[in-house]
Design a binder for this molecule. Structure first.
Ligand SMILES: [Mg+2]
Length: 373
């Protein structure tokens, strides 16, 4: 089998001069083969940048476009191709957007392999440990207590038993944050997991530590990105003294960044995004690193149903992969792009059992939202 083409498809709901909310743009890929099998992947990054990295013509030996690196190759040789892509895009890649683009292609290669062998990706990864994974819902904090109560009631009505809030107005004003959390905790009661995401907004380690103390009454499941992920000393101080699990890592890529992050900051939970960190292949290394450092892995995921399916296959094959983020976006790119989007059932997502990733894309959605720039 040979790779005959790589299609990088930029999808976007608002017009180009309008801002996107979470989930309103995406870069998906289709890797075509001479057998007719087509693999699907995606990366949650700046779509135009990832597209350029895939489509770039060859410059020199370590500055090559990823499409050209893959053409003519056997898609089943995933590990060799990952290393080839990494090495031959090294000057523009290695971390960040270069790895984001590789992530999309890696996911598509696993999809092809599963279809070729007639098994779900989680079987290729060593076998599933569970039939369903508990989900948590993320919502962006609303300005008023009533609005927060309303949105969290909607999440519980879907069967979710675990929620996370962050973004919006949250994280700037301690008094406001306490008010929001009091309203949310009162609405959900004691039996529901509640986490918060600071997006690195707390101003320094002392401030962050004081906030963790002040918010102790809300029994938080974790505090996500209380400080920027490059503040290793600050995060390490918090991890030791905050008295609440500290999490982070959604913006990190490759085992190399996660190795440093784990060793230097000692988080309780790492949150790689499978469409950014290097794909399914690199997630396996990151999972093992997390285990070695005694950290849980709860992947980040807030884009299309392709990301959701890839994360589900991966978590199913992890011995301890028991919690998945389930997007609360109303964007058609989440709700409609994948025709057989994995639904929430009683607060859980069922592990898919079709060959490959098992996703079926809606061509009409692609046609409608494709950016033809
Ligand atoms: Mg986050």
């Amino acid at each position: 089998m040979k790779i005959t083409d790589v299609d990088a498809i930029w999808l976007r709901v608002p017009a180009l001069d309008q801002p996107c909310a979470w989930g309103e743009d995406a870069l998906i890929v289709r890797v075509h083969t001479d057998t007719g099998l087509v693999g699907v992947g995606e990366t949650d990054t700046a779509p135009s940048v990832a597209k350029a990295l895939i489509e770039a013509p060859m410059s020199h030996s370590t500055c090559q476009g990823l499409r050209q690196i893959l053409l003519g190759e056997n898609p089943l040789e995933i590990d060799r191709l990952w290393k080839k892509m990494f090495r031959q895009s090294e000057y523009v890649g290695r971390r960040g957007a270069g790895i984001h683009a590789i992530s999309a292609l890696d996911i598509a290669l696993w999809d092809i392999a599963g279809q070729h062998y007639g098994v779900p990706v989680h079987t290729l990864l060593g076998g599933k440990h569970r039939d369903r994974v508990r989900a948590y819902g993320t919502f962006s904090a609303r300005p008023t207590e009533d609005a927060n109560r309303e949105v969290v009631a909607r999440l519980l009505a879907q069967g979710l038993r675990s929620v996370k809030l962050g973004g919006g107005s949250f994280g700037h004003d301690p008094a406001h944050d306490r008010k929001v959390l009091r309203a949310v905790r009162a609405e959900i009661g004691d039996g529901i997991g509640l986490a918060i995401d600071l997006l690195g907004r707390w101003r320094n380690p002392a401030h962050a530590l004081a906030q963790c103390e002040a918010l102790r009454e809300f029994d938080l499941a974790w505090v996500e990105e209380p400080l920027p992920s490059d503040d290793a000393r600050g995060l390490a101080h918090l991890a030791r003294h905050a008295g609440v699990p500290i999490s982070g890592g959604e913006g990190l890529a490759t085992r190399h960044e996660f190795r440093s992050f784990l060793a230097d900051t000692g988080p309780a939970i790492v949150q790689p995004d499978i469409t950014r960190c290097g794909g399914i292949s690199e997630m396996r290394h990151i999972y093992e690193l997390a285990r070695e450092h005694g950290a849980e892995m709860v992947p980040h995921g807030f884009s299309t149903g392709i990301l959701l399916a890839a994360t589900m296959h991966f978590l199913a094959a992890c011995q301890f992969g028991e919690l998945i983020e389930y997007s609360q976006s109303d964007s058609p790119l989440f709700r409609k792009l994948v025709k057989n989007l994995l639904p929430l059932e009683d607060g859980h997502v069922r592990v898919p059992d079709a060959p490959g990733l098992g996703v079926v894309l809606d061509e009409a959605v692609i046609d409608r939202y494709r950016v033809r720039a």
